[in-house]
Design a protein around this ligand. Structure first.
Ligand SMILES: [Zn+2]
Length: 437
């Protein structure tokens, strides 16, 4: 996800003369280590944010040649909407790792919670006096900071003194930024600036170096939500994060839940059937010759994912469905070696042994014949117990169920067909509804 900085001459279009961007690799080794250590510190404090923290693209704004006060206030490690985080070398050198780490957790939260998209203020039309911030932008910055910081304050992270908290304005914890925004109207506010990632208004230091694009950002958010929901089961997640993750995932909750429970049930059926199996002679046979005793060995479930990669499939939906299937398969403990992925359009492609949805090579884009794909799955050795098919259903199907295999079809088009011997889960990400039959 993270790309190396390029732009060797390092001069962004908006920068004033004498101020330029540096690559991380142009910093002294201590500064680079400080950056790395801060990111690790942040990921330890908030493990559910690890993916997001790793995605941040560091852009060093070189203010070292400037005499007098630095032109840009980068004390808060501001971010922009492309997941670039702006570093000032002096700040990086001076501040301790936990303070930088706090700001990384804080800033990545602005991005994950879509604060720039939610900005309720009016776009700055050059109305603010030179050198001053637009009042709407400042109010929204404080409001979003309150939304972020009350959660962090409830956790193990120690907040810097100048980090706004709802209590500073006699407001309760646990509100959304929009609520703080209304309540803060007319208040005297600190001039805090977390960057254009907070309100979408361009900052003078914003760079056009390659960052994280919209679809990648969405994937990161999904991954964070998954981690938050997982951590919720263990307890101890701040309330704001729980609410955020539930809201992000709830529209799809129906089909997610059905997909998950059907896959779980399918695997449990398989495990139950082979538990106490007679296939494998028990060592106790030596004691009772002639009598076959059941073995206690429970086999690991083996799963195949068959992906319809014909031209009619929509990539975004397929990506979401695949991410969900991958998450379920991982959560039920299918080992890496026991998961195979086959792509199929008119013909089946070679099985891939992958465990990360992002690593799957989607092959083919012609017409569809999933009979080929299911035949290829049946030939896999060892034979998978459960096959999850992701398709729009515009394909011929075999007459008979594959022998010894459960088939779950994640159907991405309501109009598509599913054979009677398969379990059907309608995955409708657009209508945000789900059903199972
Ligand atoms: Zn902030």
């Amino acid at each position: 996800m993270r790309r190396a900085c390029c732009d060797p001459d390092g001069r962004g279009p908006l920068m004033e003369p004498g101020v330029r961007f540096l690559g991380l690799d142009e910093l002294p080794v201590e500064a680079r280590q400080k950056w790395a250590a801060s990111r690790v510190w942040a990921a330890r404090q908030a493990p559910y944010l690890a993916t997001a923290l790793l995605a941040l693209v560091a852009v060093v704004v070189d203010q070292s040649e400037v005499h007098g006060p630095a032109p840009y206030d980068l004390r808060r490690f501001p971010v922009d909407r492309g997941w670039r985080v702006y570093l000032d070398q002096a700040e990086l050198t001076e501040l301790p790792v936990p303070v930088i780490g706090y700001w990384l957790v804080h800033q990545v939260t602005h991005l994950i919670r879509d604060h720039a998209v939610r900005y309720p203020g009016t776009a700055a039309a050059g109305g603010a006096p030179l050198g001053n911030r637009d009042p709407d932008s400042v109010r929204w910055n404080v409001a979003t900071d309150c939304e972020i910081n009350d959660d962090l304050n409830a956790g193990a992270v120690e907040l810097p003194e100048d980090a706004p908290l709802p209590g500073h304005f006699d407001l309760p914890d646990g509100w959304l930024a929009e609520q703080y925004w209304h309540a803060l109207e007319g208040s005297v506010l600190p001039d805090v600036d977390c960057g254009s990632g907070t309100d979408g208004e361009a900052r003078d230091w914003d760079s056009d170096k390659p960052g994280v694009d919209g679809p990648s950002g969405e994937l990161i958010k999904r991954e964070v939500a998954r981690r938050v929901l997982e951590s919720m089961e263990a307890g101890g997640m701040p309330g704001g994060w729980q609410r955020w993750a539930e809201q992000l995932t709830s529209p799809r909750e129906n089909w997610r839940r059905h997909l998950s429970s059907t896959i779980r049930r399918g695997v449990a059926d398989v495990a139950g059937r082979i538990d106490f199996t007679y296939q494998r002679p028990s060592r106790r046979n030596g004691v009772s010759p002639g009598v076959i005793l059941p073995s206690m060995r429970q086999p690991a479930p083996r799963v195949a994912i068959l992906i319809d990669t014909s031209g009619s499939m929509r990539d975004a939906q397929l990506g979401q469905a695949l991410a969900e299937v991958n998450g379920v398969v991982r959560s039920i403990g299918v080992a890496r070696r026991d998961l195979r992925v086959i792509c199929c359009d008119e013909k089946a492609y070679n099985a891939q042994k992958v465990f990360d949805a992002r690593a799957i090579q989607l092959e083919g884009e012609g017409g569809t014949d999933l009979r080929e794909g299911l035949a290829a799955v049946a030939e896999l050795r060892p034979t998978p117990h459960l096959v999850v098919v992701l398709t729009d259903g515009h394909t011929p199907w075999p007459e008979q169920a594959p022998r010894g295999q459960q088939v779950v079809v994640g159907l991405l088009d309501r109009e598509g067909t599913v054979p009677p011997w398969a379990k059907r889960i309608l995955i409708d990400t657009r209508a945000e509804a789900g059903e199972t039959e």
